[in-house]
Design a protein around this ligand. Sequence first.
Ligand SMILES: Nc1nc2c(ncn2[C@@H]2O[C@H](COP(=O)(O)OP(=O)(O)O)[C@@H](O)[C@H]2O)c(=O)[nH]1
Ligand SMILES: [Mg+2]
Length: 140
Amino acid sequence: MPAVLLIGQSGSGKSALIRALGDAAYAPRKLMAVEYRGPFINTPGEFLENRRFYPALVTTAAECDMILMLVSATHASCLIPPQFATMFNRVVLGVVTRADASRADVERARRFLRSAGVRNVLAADFESGRGVPELRAALG
Ligand SMILES: Nc1nc2c(ncn2[C@@H]2O[C@H](COP(=O)(O)OP(=O)(O)O)[C@@H](O)[C@H]2O)c(=O)[nH]1
Ligand SMILES: [Mg+2]
């Protein structure tokens, strides 16, 4: 699997994705730090939530082959700025998480990702497992 950078605000499912796609034992440290776990590079939600950390995201992205940008289908708002995905010189795949949750709105999350400049979006739910094989296949 290529090196995959995970970007998403807190609660968007970054840690759950790592558990679903590989390392079931992954438990993030509660530190605001980039974490390396197998092919995954997990970034703190704060890096997306506060624009003064954007340079840290861009620098970290230099180490990856592709980027997953996560948005939860249960989140009614999104902090990812318009065209954010174009800031990285990498393929960016959008992932809508919690697609099967009650009150999920997958279309809303897709809109957030489109506005962020993400063209390809997959929907998944790490509890039911729906969309996980497709996501694994997309990572190659
Ligand atoms: N049902 C369901 N819960 C999810 C999913 N993704 C994340 N969660 C839950 O949402 C919460 C936040 O997810 P987490 O992976 O910690 O988000 P992070 O802050 O981006 O790492 C946790 O309680 C997860 O178990 C999903 O696809 N389906
Ligand atoms: Mg996490």
